[in-house]
Structures are given as C-alpha cells and as structure tokens.
Design a binder for this molecule. Structure first.
Ligand SMILES: Cc1cc2nc3c(=O)[nH]c(=O)nc-3n(C[C@H](O)[C@H](O)[C@H](O)COP(=O)(O)OP(=O)(O)OC[C@H]3O[C@@H](n4cnc5c(N)ncnc54)[C@H](O)[C@@H]3O)c2cc1C
Length: 477
C-alpha cells in the first residue's frame, strides 16, 4: 500500500517559501503556499529584483559617464525630428546629454518585478503547488489558518520575511521620506537624496542614485561606509563615492528626518542638519513574525523577534520549520532559498547537509561591486582563523587598464600549511560574476597550487585570481 502524501503548508511565497515548495513538490508532497502579496515575495516585488534592475540602469549611466576616457566622443545634440525618432525607437536621442528618465526607469522596474513574480507563479502551478492568496497564521503545530479556513499539515514552514525598520522620529510618508520599498513609487529622480544608513542597502542606493544624476548625501553612523564588510573594500568604495561627488557624513547618526516646505531635513547627532529634496531610510529590517500565532504554536523567537532555528531550519516546535529573513540568519535571497530547501529535505526524510554559512557568496552591488566568500579579514585579524592573505590591486591588471578602471582588488585567504583556499574578496565591476572562481575553490577545498595552475584567459580580471593564488604558493624547501 502506498504511503499517504505528506502535507506541507508554507506561509510566505518569497525565495524561502517558493524554493521550499518546489523541493517538496519534487518529493511528491502535497504543498500549499499561503501568500498575502505576490509570489516571489518582497525579494521579487520590492527588494532584490527592483534594486538590481535600478542598478542595471545606473551602471549603464556610469559607463556612459566614463566613456570619454576610452576615446568616445559624442556628437552634437540631435534635435527635433531626429531626436523624437531615436526616442521612439527606444534609444537616447543625444547620448552626450544622457539623463535618467525616472518614470521610465521606475515603470521598467515594476514591470520586470511583476513579470518575475508571474514566472514564479507559473512554475509553482506547473509543479502542482496550491497557492492561497491571503494571510496565514499558525493555530497550533499541525494547523494553519487563512481567514476562517483551517489547513492540516504534517509540516509547516514559516517564511514570512521582514520589512524595513523605521525610526520613531523619521516616519516615511511615501513622498519625500521613503523606505527602500517606496522609492520606485515617486515620479521623479530625487534631485538631492539623503540616504540614512550606510550598510549594504544604503550604499547600493547611494551608489545608484549618484550615477543616475542625484546629488547624494550618505549619512553613516560609523567611521566609514559598509562598516560590517571588508575594510579595504569599504574604503575603495567610499573613495569612489567621494570622487564621484557624493557627500559622505561619517560618524553622523541621524536623529530625525522630517519634511520641510520644499524638501526634507535630517537632524544629526552632533546638532547639525542636512537638507535635501528626498530622504531614503535604510536602517535595517525587522522580522514579520508578530500576529502569526507563533506563541500558540510554541515557536520561539529571539529578543528582536526573529524565529530561532537550527542548521536544518527546525524551530523549537516539532513539525514547524522556518526559513529566510524571518530567521535573521543572513538576509540574502540565496540563504533564504537554501534554508527553505534544507527544511523540506529534512522534513521529508532526505539526506541533508546542514546550512554552511562559511560558503555563502555575497555581493554588494555598488560601483565597483564588492563580492565575498568564505573567511573574512576580520576572522584572520582576530585570530579566529590562521591564514595567509594576499591582496592584488587591479590597477596593474592589463584588462582593467583596457576597460579604464583602477579601483579594485583581489584578495585571497589560504590556510597556513595546506594552502587550502579559505575565502576571498573581489572589488571590481561585475565582481558578483568573478567571485564564482573563488567560491568553487572554497567549496571544493582547492589549494592555492591548484588554483594557480588553472588557466585564466589573458587578458582578464580572473587572471588576478590565479596570480593571487601564485603569490600564496609556498616554495618547496
Ligand atoms: C533593497 C534590498 C535589496 C536586496 N538585494 C538583495 C540581493 O541583491 N541579493 C540577495 O541575495 N538578497 C537581497 N536582499 C535580501 C532579500 O531580498 C531577502 O533576503 C529575501 O527576500 C528573503 O526571502 P524570504 O523568502 O525570507 O522573504 P520575502 O522575500 O520577504 O518573502 C516573504 C513573503 O511572505 C509574505 N508574508 C508575510 N507574512 C505573511 C502571512 N502572515 N501570510 C502570508 N504571507 C505572508 C510576504 O508578503 C512576502 O511576500 C535585498 C533586500 C533589500 C531590502
């Protein structure tokens, strides 16, 4: 007699939820996803996908800005009929005067996000996953409710994500005082944008809007931008920000933000103020775990409200798992998705490897990008890991010279005796793509000798990865 199909109910349709649903469906479970906004979650609709779509445009603008350095001269302005024709054909009528068409940028972002959400919905439908639009809550372990309807489940996955934190004295109004989820709803490019918070989200938006033509002021409560990242990398990015005309206010905690008659005013801890046309608040995320019935389900949360999970995504309640931003483990789409998949493999009795955060590749999509994987400089400096470190500036790389940039480096960490690659940092345009080579080395426990003996194309930025590995090779006695 065949076993009854396992019943899985997932609350939240972001990457933590929908990737789990796909795994569970593949393992022949009966899967229901409850989502109150749209499939793909905040990741697809308001956060990751929209911000990276914005950055695709801002990178193009930055390239145009730098084009004269590569010997490109733009011809005199096209006007009248020629300009209109070029614009209608989807091109710039006059590249020399390229400027951001904010309504078009924002509508492209919204369209792309909705298209991506539809793709997720179609994929789930094709795999036989039931989707219920509504707000889910845990009634008790094994029972989830949506409105008046109760669903029985052998396994429940909580994947409800997080929302932007707001400050008591800086209430977003969706017009001038904005969270990262509201920035695409205004109909203009902020003329003078004050970004409060210099973590990953703040730095990415500051970089993008500066490239698009906004005058950006970045308010950082810490000594330098990106305080939790590799300091060498953060310093390169801060230097580029300043050279491109951004005002970076270090050690300047924002105390309030409010509207004025024609813009915004941001109060600073030293008593000063900053003025601009708009203010973007990027001061962290808070988990969406209240009003979820977690107490009645006996699911523990920590002091900040994040669901407590182990490395196979189990919560304190039997049969209840959690994945993604609501756990606060590492707020990345890739981590959310992996936590969700691991939860399903574990719940459905498959062999599973617990989550390994030491192998997560992450990128900050500033200009230039910062990509990291494995151990960090901090780990080495604090003696948590014994490693040899080499840092190669890209300024001497032939390909970097040809492409016209000199800001960036490749850094590799290798275990002292064995030479096993433990991690790396790349600061470069498209570092998000380049880091895979280091990721592979970390995942497969390759030694610096093996990386050094791997062919890289000449000329290429990846040539600096193999060169860094060569520098870490210990000569035979
Ligand atoms: C501006 C920004 C840019 C980012 N860029 C990147 C990036 O480039 N790369 C990267 O890896 N990560 C990025 N992230 C982080 C990434 O977006 C998150 O880590 C990811 O969205 C987490 O996925 P999740 O499934 O946990 O939550 P979400 O994507 O937030 O999805 C959770 C879903 O649950 C739904 N939900 C909540 N409560 C209920 C309920 N009670 N009932 C039903 N549904 C509910 C919500 O509506 C939401 O759709 C970015 C974040 C921000 C803010």
């Amino acid at each position: 007699m065949s076993q009854p199909r396992a019943r899985i109910v997932i609350i939240g349709g972001g990457p933590g939820g929908y990737e789990a649903a796909l795994v569970a469906a593949q393992l022949d479970a009966k899967v229901t996803v409850i989502e109150e906004d749209g499939l793909g979650g905040a990741c697809v609709l308001t956060d990751c996908v929209p911000s990276k779509t914005l950055i695709a445009t801002s990178s193009m603008m930055a390239d145009l800005e730098d084009a004269h350095g590569l010997g490109i001269r733009f011809d005199a302005a096209e006007t009248g009929v020629a300009a209109a024709a070029a614009s209608q054909a989807g091109g710039f009528p006059n590249v020399r005067h390229a400027s951001a068409d904010a309504p078009r940028i924002y509508s492209r972002i919204r369209d792309l996000a909705h298209a991506q959400s539809s793709d997720v919905a179609a994929r789930l439908a094709a795999e036989g996953v039931d989707v219920i639009i509504g707000r889910g809550r845990l009634v008790r372990p094994g029972v989830v409710a949506v409105g008046e309807t109760e669903l029985a489940a052998d396994t429940v996955l909580i994947a409800t994500g997080a929302r932007p934190r707001v400050l008591a004295d800086a209430t977003p109004d969706g017009e001038r005082l904005l969270t990262s989820r509201q920035i695409y709803d205004i109909d203009e490019l902020p003329r003078e944008l004050i970004v409060v918070g210099s973590g990953v989200t703040g730095a990415e938006f500051a970089s993008a809007f500066q490239a698009l033509g906004s005058q950006v002021t970045l308010v950082s409560s810490r000594e330098h931008v990106l305080p939790n990242e590799d300091t060498d990398a953060a310093m390169v990015v801060e230097d580029v920000f300043r050279r491109r005309g951004m005002t970076v206010l270090g050690r300047s905690r924002a105390t309030f933000a409010r509207r004025t008659s024609d813009g915004v005013e941001v109060g600073l801890a030293d008593g000063g103020t900053a003025h601009g046309s708009h203010c973007l608040l990027t001061v962290g995320m808070v988990p969406l775990t209240s009003e979820l019935g977690l107490e009645s389900g006996k699911v523990e949360v920590d002091q900040r409200g994040f669901v407590t999970v182990d490395r196979v995504s189990r919560t304190s309640a039997p049969g209840v798992y959690a994945a993604g931003d609501c756990t606060g483990v590492w707020m990345l789409a890739s981590v959310a998705a992996m936590q969700g998949r691991i939860a399903m493999w574990h719940a459905l009795g498959e062999a599973v490897r617990p989550l390994r955060l030491g192998h997560v590749a992450a990128t900050i999509f500033t200009e230039p990008e910062i990509a990291t994987v494995g151990v960090s400089q901090q780990d080495v400096d604090r003696g948590v890991v014994s490693a040899r470190v080499v840092k190669l500036p890209l300024a001497t790389n032939a390909r970097a010279k040809m492409d016209g940039f000199g800001d960036g480096f490749v850094k590799l960490f290798a275990r002292l005796n064995s030479g096993t690659v433990l991690g790396g940092v790349i600061v470069a345009p498209r570092a998000s793509e380049l880091i895979l080579a280091v990721s592979l080395a970390v995942e497969q426990q390759l030694t610096v000798d093996q990386v050094a003996q791997t062919f890289a194309v000449y000329p290429s930025l990846t040539g600096s990865i193999t060169e860094a590995a060569r520098k870490l090779m210990v000569p035979m006695e």
